[in-house]
Design a protein around this ligand. Structure first.
Ligand code: F6R
Length: 600
């Protein structure tokens, strides 16, 4: 959450900061600001998204050193005062922050007792004023930063500029992401590589508590937490410029839904990687148990993984919310494989839960989309989605690729025992992109259905077996982008409570596929209709029996049972998308959300 960007070098800063903010906007968009050093510091901040900030900024702010921020509010409402960058009480320091300072209240009271005043409700301003206070004692900014950071608890990625020190940015991280980059004498700091990959060709990954000093002519230098100079080797950054393009689509979310045939193809593990996979599979087979960790949509993918790995590979799998796992004193054994799933690789709870697994000597595997993200650097093994940048806040193509990778993992583990099934399923997986194309062609028909139901205030999603996590994902997608209240339930559980909610105004999405649960799902549909509820059934082509029972039908092509979730998710994504558009919602930037949840 929150995106930070900084630049210094020979060229004007403003263009880099604004372009960087646009690339970081998926991390938060409730307010934004820039500060540019030009003899003194020029600070502009504004409630709203980057477009609102751009409208407010003067056309040209000269200066070759600056920092900027796009915010997702934690402490303090989204307004101009709480927007970053913050200026310290003495006005000599300006800072942007991503993270949470947990003991800010105590520090704030202490500083207030010393006569220091505050102009925002944020924890970030407390950290900044603490640094400024330490500076007033030491007259040395590096010492002041170090002294202040030893007093705070929580996570941070910060960047600071000083009113009387041109051309210089100080940056530090602990638990929140921060990278640095450079190209031809231009230097950058940012929350992630995506922010700078149009301008930089070298990237640096500092470790927690490293301090970076970025100077317009001297370049980037690092020191460790004890102030000892440190060498960090840069890595090549593949430059891309296509990040912010929606191509012919109205929204990133729709573009990403339609990219799924391609993104799915890119998730197929290549034969060239087979020796790595064989090695990983041998390691996994030696484990007694797999613990899958994730949040939100990634957790739903993990739940599908459990159904598949247990069914095909017969290894016990537990699926846990990373946020619960990390605090519930779980039993973790060295014979466990802890498999963390994260599109971004930066989700704070997933990272912390993974670290707990490492501390307990479990083997760790990360399934991730973003290369060189923190999760990939903190796991023993990695499997990549290769889905390409996912910008829409609601995860779509990353989810289908996560399920694809988990399916392949299950098949690789099961290969020796279930040779025939593994071979057939792999072949069927390769045929899925074409089947997704068929589903995408129904977008207009799904829009017509959404027109009919988009004014409902509530929705129930039900499914059994591997379709239960699909129901959860369908409900999450609908609620997060259209603000329609939606619940996902296992079909059988409906009778144990949720059915009380059903009436004519409370429609249900029933995912009914041609497996052992089909007739039971048909009974569930009838139970709902007996209480005047309308049912949209998601069925497989040719399922006339369910089609005759349901009020509305969306059909998907036939495939093997194990692969149904990848196909059945796509119409649910389209339904959510169209319902949200009909309701006038901003699907790429739903209210209160941010794509990358880097705070607890
Ligand atoms: C929902 C969504 C979120 C993320 C969750 C985890 O559409 O995108 O629920 O799945 O915040 O994010 P990652 O996968 O980056 O760890």
């Amino acid at each position: 959450m929150c995106g930070i960007i900084g630049h210094t070098g020979q060229q004007a800063t403003q263009q880099f900061l604004i372009e960087g903010l646009k690339r970081l906007e998926y991390r938060g968009y409730d307010s934004a600001g820039v500060a540019i050093q030009n003899g003194s510091i020029h600070l502009y901040k504004k409630k709203g998204n980057i477009a609102a900030l751009e409208g407010y900024l003067p056309e040209k702010i000269s200066g070759n050193c600056g920092i900027a921020h796009t915010r997702w509010a934690t402490h303090g409402k989204p307004n101009n005062e709480n927007a970053h960058p913050h200026m310290s009480y003495s006005k000599r320091l300006v800072m942007v922050h991503n993270g949470i300072i947990e003991n800010y209240q105590m520090i704030k009271e202490d500083l207030m007792a010393k006569g220091i005043t505050f102009s925002s409700d944020t924890d970030s301003e407390v950290l900044l004023n603490l640094i400024d206070w330490e500076f007033s004692l030491t007259h040395d900014l590096i010492k002041a930063i170090k002294n202040a950071l030893t007093q705070v608890e929580g996570s941070y990625a910060i960047a600071i500029i000083k009113s009387d020190e041109p051309n210089t940015i100080y940056a530090c991280r602990n638990g929140s992401p921060l990278i640095l980059g450079e190209k031809d004498g231009e230097y950058f700091i940012a929350s992630d590589a995506l922010a700078i990959n149009a301008f930089a060709n070298q990237i640096y990954y500092p470790e927690d508590k490293d301090l970076a000093i970025v100077h317009a002519s001297k370049g980037i230098s690092f020191m460790d937490e004890n102030g000892v100079p440190k060498k960090i080797e840069s890595e090549e950054l593949v430059q891309t410029n296509d990040h912010a393009q929606k191509k012919d689509f109205e929204d990133f979310m729709l573009k990403e839904i339609f990219e799924q045939p391609d993104s799915l193809r890119r998730s197929f593990i290549q034969p060239s990687a087979s020796s790595d996979i064989d090695h990983l599979v041998e390691k996994v087979k030696a484990c007694n148990r797999i613990i899958v960790l994730g949040c939100g949509t990634s957790w739903h993918a993990g739940l599908i993984g459990k159904y598949l790995i247990e069914k095909l590979a017969r290894i016990p799998v537990e699926v846990e919310y990373a946020s619960e796992f990390r605090y519930r004193h779980p039993v973790i054994q060295s014979s466990d494989l802890v498999l963390s799933i994260s599109q971004s690789g930066e989700t704070a709870d997933t990272l912390a839960a993974n670290r707990l697994a490492r501390e307990n000597n479990a083997m760790t595997l990360g399934i991730c989309n973003v290369k060189r993200s923190t999760l990939t650097r903190e796991t023993d093994y990695q499997l990549y989605l290769n889905a390409g940048a996912e910008i829409g806040v609601a995860s779509t193509k990353a989810f289908t690729s996560q399920v694809s990778i988990l399916t392949q993992l299950a098949l690789f583990i099961a290969k020796e025992r279930k040779e025939e099934l593994s071979k057939n399923t792999m072949q069927a997986l390769e045929a899925l992109p074409a089947k997704i194309e068929t589903v995408l062609k129904q977008s207009e028909a799904i829009k017509q259905l959404a027109l009919k139901y988009a004014l409902a205030n509530h929705f129930l999603f039900i499914g059994r077996g591997v379709n239960y996590p699909v129901a959860l994902e369908g409900a999450l997608k609908l609620k997060e982008i259209s603000y329609i209240h939606a619940e996902g339930y296992p079909g059988a559980e409906m009778k144990h409570g949720p059915i009380a909610l059903i009436d004519y105004s409370f429609p249900t999405f029933a995912i009914v596929t041609d497996d052992e649960n089909r007739s039971k799902m048909i009974s569930n549909i009838k139970e709902i209709q007996a209480r005047n509820g309308k049912v949209i059934a998601l069925i497989q082509e040719g399922d006339n029996e369910t089609a005759q029972v349901a009020d509305e039908v969306i059909s998907i092509p036939n495939t093997m049972d194990e692969l149904i979730p990848i196909l059945s998710t796509v119409p649910l994504q389209l339904f959510s998308y169209h319902a949200a558009k009909i309701r006038g919602c901003n699907v790429d930037q739903p209210r209160n959300l941010a794509k990358s949840v880097t705070v607890e």
